[in-house]
Ligand binder design. Structure first.
Ligand code: TXA
Ligand code: MG
Length: 312
């Protein structure tokens, strides 16, 4: 059910959830201070309560409300990439609701770069907890229609057009002396290193993790399989006449209702990725075959999402 900005503000202030546009994916938002509203997010998404939510804030003056410190390196990342597709995981202020942190001692914060989200945050005066507006482990939504397909028509949705980044934010945790990438995104490792002037600490057994980074994630209902190569994909498509395909750069010699070709530019491919997977998923095929994207830092986030979408 589409709602306008004024209705979205009223619902959020009353402790209801509203799906909202951001530049990455649509989020299922609620007042981050309201524990009852936060519980609705977990229930609707069928998400485990131990999986923390990202709090969306209007500007950096809100950081120290949620975090106990704003380390210099985190400030440099914020200056470089906010508003934008970067989530900073910082030590949490212990007074913030534990529900929003999923019980973690840290808090994920982001200033989104989307005019509608920006106006909503400014005018409502709220900070908004918002995970992606899809059921747990399913594909993330990049249009209002995708939200309805996953969560049903009763969820209020604030329309903001298709998301132009198209995949979820890069998540970076920053403490006083090190930083780590918890989830790759379109702000890639080389960009982060150029700001930090240091390499990220490797992820080891005891390092902070993103509890939501399950191997099975971002998944269409149809089984997905990443081919070994373009040639492998072309052979497999002959072996599975009921399969559909996702390729990059070069069209296939195949009925164009049976495949989608994305750009060879990683930013453009990311923008279209989930829409393409949603479309392929709706075709009733037995299998979605995927051409392996290039292996490079610019393609790291796409490789990550496709690996999880096809995990079995
Ligand atoms: O682009 C995005 O980040 C979108 C839009 C709506 O902002 N949001 C999003 O939220 O992707 P979600 O909940 O689908 O994914 C957030 C991820 C989860 O894997 C969660 O575990 C992790 O962020 N996360 C959130 N807070 C964290 C924390 N304090 N420590 C570690 N991981 C955290
Ligand atoms: Mg998600």
């Amino acid at each position: 059910m589409l709602v306008n900005l004024a209705e979205a503000i009223r619902l959020l202030q009353q402790g209801e959830v509203v799906a909202i546009p951001t530049e990455t994916v649509y989020g299922l938002a609620a007042d981050a201070h309201n524990e009852t509203a936060i519980a609705k997010i977990y229930a609707i998404k069928q998400r485990p309560a131990t999986n923390p939510l990202i709090v969306h804030i209007p500007d950096t003056s809100h950081v120290l409300h949620w975090a106990s410190t704003f380390p210099p390196l985190a400030q440099e990342f914020a200056n470089a990439f906010w508003p934008g597709p970067l989530t900073l995981v910082l030590p949490a202020n212990q007074t913030t609701p534990t529900a929003v942190r999923g019980g973690e001692a840290t808090i994920g914060l982001r200033i989104p770069n989307h005019p509608v989200a920006h106006e909503l945050l400014e005018r409502s005066g709220l900070s908004l907890a918002a995970p992606s507006a899809n059921k747990y482990t399913q594909l993330s939504p990049t249009t209002a229609t995708h939200v309805e397909m996953s969560l049903g028509k009763k969820i209020p949705v604030l329309e903001g057009g298709p998301c132009n980044i198209g995949i979820e934010s890069t998540i970076v945790s920053v403490s006083e002396n090190e930083w780590q990438i918890l989830r790759p995104g379109m702000i890639d490792e080389s960009l982060l290193i150029s700001i930090a002037g240091s390499l990220p600490a490797p992820i080891h057994q005891n390092s902070p993790k993103s509890p939501g980074q399950h191997l099975l994630h971002y998944s269409p209902r149809t089984v997905c399989k990443i081919a070994l190569s373009r040639m492998d994909l072309e052979l497999m498509i002959q072996a599975y006449p009921n399969a559909v395909a996702l390729v990059f750069d070069n069209p296939l010699k195949l009925d164009d209702r049976k495949y989608i070709c994305l750009s060879n530019d990683p930013d453009k491919a990311a923008e279209q990725l989930y829409a393409a997977l949603h479309t392929l998923d709706s075709m009733g095929a037995e299998l979605i075959l995927i051409e392996p994207p290039p292996i490079s830092t610019k393609w790291a986030a796409l490789n990550d999402r496709l690996k999880r979408a096809s995990y079995s």
